[in-house]
Write a protein that binds this ligand. Structure first.
Ligand code: SF4
Length: 351
């Protein structure tokens, strides 16, 4: 069998649909082959996510409890103080996380916000953690400033296909999203971009989302695939469930199309059984968020993740870019020794 492992940026829709159309076992087999050529299949990257500014967002993303357009009873929170963010990052590092992601519910950061945000990046970076942020739209200068401050990843999801997009968001265009991704890429940062399943999109929309991502000039280094978390008060509160096998298919096709990217099993993990998460890892997902909250929705609690990793023989992946090999060898050793105890950042205890 021909295995598509070369990095391609010229995927065609018929090819992507053909992958979705494969018998489930054949698709998973292909995804596994591709996955094992580029990754240790028994390692999963673990990130910690902190909401640095919560709620009252001017955007109208229909899936999002943080949108100011919907009443979801969410506790709003202004931008956290830099010191508080650094304390949380230190805590995440001490307990084994390798990447610290900071999310703000903004349309875009303002000139007033930027100095604080840059301080957060510098501080977290200085701890030896990988840094990631999601702050909404960025212009060229903001992207440069963030890159210079040491931001490794910028998250900006495409969410769905260009065709379906306007049914989900009307306050920001698809083209604006692509523009932000271009600024981030041009500034030399890595891109984290993916989408959400379960918003009423068709199979073709899912295929077209992957087509958009894979045909970018560079594959996003991180591709989060979310399952809609239905939140009362949002317009998608009563959306139909995604067939679990269709969700797994999406992960597998993403793995095949973007062989070197980390495919992240992201929001919606709380609703997934252990068996489904195991299938997701088999399909090539190799990154998760850890913590009891994924921004504002529940994320599986510490014990369940620890137990699942242990039951599956999965270990957390360490940083790939070793500024200081000795330091990271020691960290890896410490993490392995502490497996099952202090391995994960317990966001619940940090409240
Ligand atoms: S997804 Fe982001 S941009 Fe959209 S409403 Fe939520 S916080 Fe705002």
């Amino acid at each position: 069998m021909q295995v598509a492992h070369d990095l391609r940026h010229d995927w065609r829709l018929d090819e992507v649909l053909a992958l979705f159309d494969l018998p489930f076992n054949d698709l998973l087999f292909r995804a596994q082959l591709v996955h094992r050529q580029h990754f240790d299949a028994n390692r999963v990257q673990v990130s910690t996510l902190l909401s640095i500014k919560t709620g009252a967002c001017p955007e109208d993303c229909k899936y999002c409890p943080q949108s100011g357009h919907y009443n979801t009873g969410l506790d709003k929170q202004k931008l956290l103080e830099v010191q508080k963010v650094l304390e949380e990052a230190q805590r995440a590092k001490t307990q084994g996380s390798t990447r610290f992601c900071m999310g703000a519910a903004w349309k875009h950061p303002t000139a007033k916000d930027m100095p604080y945000v840059l301080e957060m990046v510098k501080g977290v970076k200085a701890m030896g953690l990988e840094t990631c942020m999601t702050l909404g739209r960025l212009d060229e200068q903001q992207s440069r400033e963030l890159a210079e401050a040491g931001l490794d990843y910028y998250n900006h999801n495409l969410d769905t296909s260009p065709e379906f997009y306007s049914q989900i968001i009307t306050t920001r265009t698809y083209a604006e999203r692509l523009q932000t991704l271009a600024h981030v890429r041009d500034a030399g940062m890595k891109i984290c971009s993916g989408g959400i399943l379960g918003m009423g999109e068709s199979l073709a929309d899912r295929a077209k989302l992957l087509l958009e991502l894979a045909n970018l000039p560079e594959h996003p280094q991180s591709v989060p695939i979310n399952q809609l978390v239905k939140v009362q008060g949002t317009p998608l509160a009563d959306a139909e469930d995604v067939d679990p096998f269709d969700f797994i298919r999406m992960l597998a096709v993403a793995r095949i199309m973007m062989p070197k990217s980390h495919v992240r099993l992201s929001a919606g993990r709380e609703q997934m059984s252990d068996e489904m998460q195991a299938l997701a890892f088999m399909a090539g997902a190799n990154s998760i968020f850890y913590g009891d909250k994924l921004l504002t929705t529940d994320n599986p609690e510490a014990d369940r993740d620890r137990q699942l990793f242990a039951r599956l023989g999965i270990q957390p992946e360490q940083r790939q870019e070793h500024d200081d090999d000795v330091h990271y060898a020691a960290l890896e050793q410490a993490v392995l020794q502490n497996r099952g105890s202090e391995l994960f950042y317990d966001a619940a205890a940090a409240q």
